[in-house]
Design a protein around this ligand. Structure first.
Ligand code: NAD
Length: 472
């Protein structure tokens, strides 16, 4: 098997093959619209085959020793590492992200494999406190069985890998369905690397296809022991409703409407630099993007000026061209969602467009909206685009109350007083809170905690360790 990344086929039971229906669809470069490949349009028939292959392979895979499985994972990572430059370029073309984003994605995926390989060999369970004197209580790590993994288009490789690598490490087998917008970097290249690494047939299977066909077939499959879904709320609701009918196990990683709070004693230049990362990195298309900036009145004008100055200096264009800070949105449909469902209706309700709000094809100018109130879509919706909506508040209590109105994954608080930052963080109902930092230290080492509380203090983040484009 040679590396392809041109026409992606399904990978089932260790074989690359077209979809059972024979259908395929084009893959486009997001900046230029050029066709860069094609992907097989898998459906329920292919999903059945992939789940059967994963089921057949699972006992043998689980029966290997942990060091043997770890060795396969390291080889899997080595095969990705050998293609690092190709994969970074493919990620840039297929997702529309700039080089730093693509490097982050590919290197995190490789590190995830290395970390999972180690974890598998060092933790087989725990010795528990005995419930009664004289008893010995043990817990043992056992595989779940066959795991279905459905992933989105924004960080397709590492969002797949965060379940694929630990899943494989602990003796599970996998059926992966990547997003139809990124089937190559999110699926095909992983299948090729696993194949080159010699993973036994059926241990990792990849079924490309559309959400309503391959995705739905996988999410409703009775042959899975767990369905791991990362994506939007709408599909998440459909999957949860279907799973509830016969209590199938699902794990849903959905979106968030994250808050970025600037208190009256904050270092405004630092906050504005971090805002570039928090709201504009990968054009704001991440689940941890800050989509509400809640700012105290006494610093609001200075904050608006500082974020606007930085946003206006950013260069938007084809990420393959030198000097580009922000690439295209993933699709024109996504651009329309940002513009027509968020920006325009918010302006119609009284928000003030400070900068941006215009586009050229899928390229959306970084946008700052002032006078945003809690009834506007710019406040109520997850934006998933390069927009900084600023809502002014009069007190810390009001900031916390407004922030907590929506589900949040990752918030930020800016203040000169660390203890004040910690106390606000304590009151935020977010999975993770950063004090004086943007969503920062994310990688394979500190995975997204979901909606559980965790706090980070970003004391290490100074304007100097931000990328140049964000510093302003
Ligand atoms: P999406 O829900 O449209 O698609 C995600 C995946 O689900 C794709 O593979 C798609 O083909 C599939 N799918 C779509 N409808 C389906 C259905 N009815 N049944 C089964 N599968 C279906 O999401 P997207 O547009 O690809 O990604 C953006 C969303 O993902 C945002 O809301 C973002 O916040 C969220 N996200 C969350 C995380 C996280 O870790 N929590 C990470 C990244 C993105």
């Amino acid at each position: 098997m040679t590396w392809s990344a041109v026409v992606s086929e399904l990978y089932i039971g260790g074989e690359f093959r077209p979809a059972a229906s024979g259908r395929s669809a084009p893959v486009h470069e997001k900046a230029t619209g050029a066709q860069i490949g094609a992907y097989a349009l898998g459906d329920g028939v292919d999903v059945d085959r992939a789940v059967a292959a994963a089921r057949a392979a699972q006992p043998g895979w689980a029966a290997l020793s942990a060091p043997e499985r770890a060795a396969y994972l390291r080889r899997f990572g080595d095969r990705l590492q050998e293609r690092y430059e190709d994969l970074v370029a493919l990620s840039m073309r297929e997702t529309g992200g700039v080089r730093a984003k693509a490097e982050d994605e590919v290197s995190t995926s490789i590190r995830q494999l290395a970390i999972s390989a180690v974890q598998a060999t060092e933790n087989a369970g725990d010795i528990l406190p005995p419930y009664k004197a004289g008893k010995l209580s043990l817990s043992r790590v056992v595989p779940l069985g066959v795991i279905g993994v459905i992933t989105p288009w924004n960080y397709p490789m590492n969002l797949a890998m965060r379940m694929v690598a630990p899943g494989l490490a602990f003796g599970n087998t996998i059926v992966l369905k990547p997003s139809e917008l990124t089937p190559m970097i999110g699926g095909q290249v992983l299948a090729e690397a696993a194949d080159h690494a010699g993973l036994p047939p059926g241990v990792l299977n990849v079924v490309t296809g559309d959400g309503l066909e391959a995705g739905r077939a996988l999410s409703e499959h009775r042959g899975l022991d767990l369905l791991d879904f990362t994506g939007g709320r709408e599909a998440g609701l459909a999957i949860a409703a279907s799973a509830a009918t016969d209590l199938r196990a699902v794990r849903l990683e959905l979106g968030g409407d994250n808050a970025f709070i600037v208190l009256d004693d904050a270092d405004i230049e630092l906050a504005a630099s971090c805002a570039m990362i928090a709201s504009l990195e990968f054009q704001g298309q991440t689940c941890i993007s800050s989509s509400r900036h809640i700012v105290m009145r006494s610093v609001a004008d200075r904050y608006l000026e500082a974020v606007t100055r930085r946003a206006e200096a950013l260069r938007v264009g084809d990420p393959m061209a030198p000097g580009v800070d922000l690439g295209p949105l993933i699709s024109e449909a996504q651009r329309d969602r940002v513009h027509r469902r968020i920006v325009e209706p918010s302006i119609a309700k009284g928000a003030r467009l400070v900068t941006g709000g215009t586009y050229d094809g899928p390229f959306y100018r970084p946008t700052v909206l002032a006078d945003v109130t809690p009834e506007m879509p710019a406040f109520t919706e997850e934006i998933f685009g390069p927009v900084i909506p600023v809502t002014v508040v009069d007190s810390e209590d009001e900031a916390v109350e407004l922030a907590n109105r929506h589900p949040m994954m990752m918030d930020s608080v800016f203040t000169a007083d660390l203890m004040r930052g910690m106390s606000v963080a304590e009151r935020l109902q977010a999975g993770e809170v950063h004090v004086n930092d943007a969503h920062a230290r994310h990688g394979a080492e500190n995975q997204m905690p979901g909606f559980t509380k965790r706090q980070w203090i970003g004391v290490q983040r100074t304007p100097l360790d931000l990328p140049a484009w964000a510093r302003g």
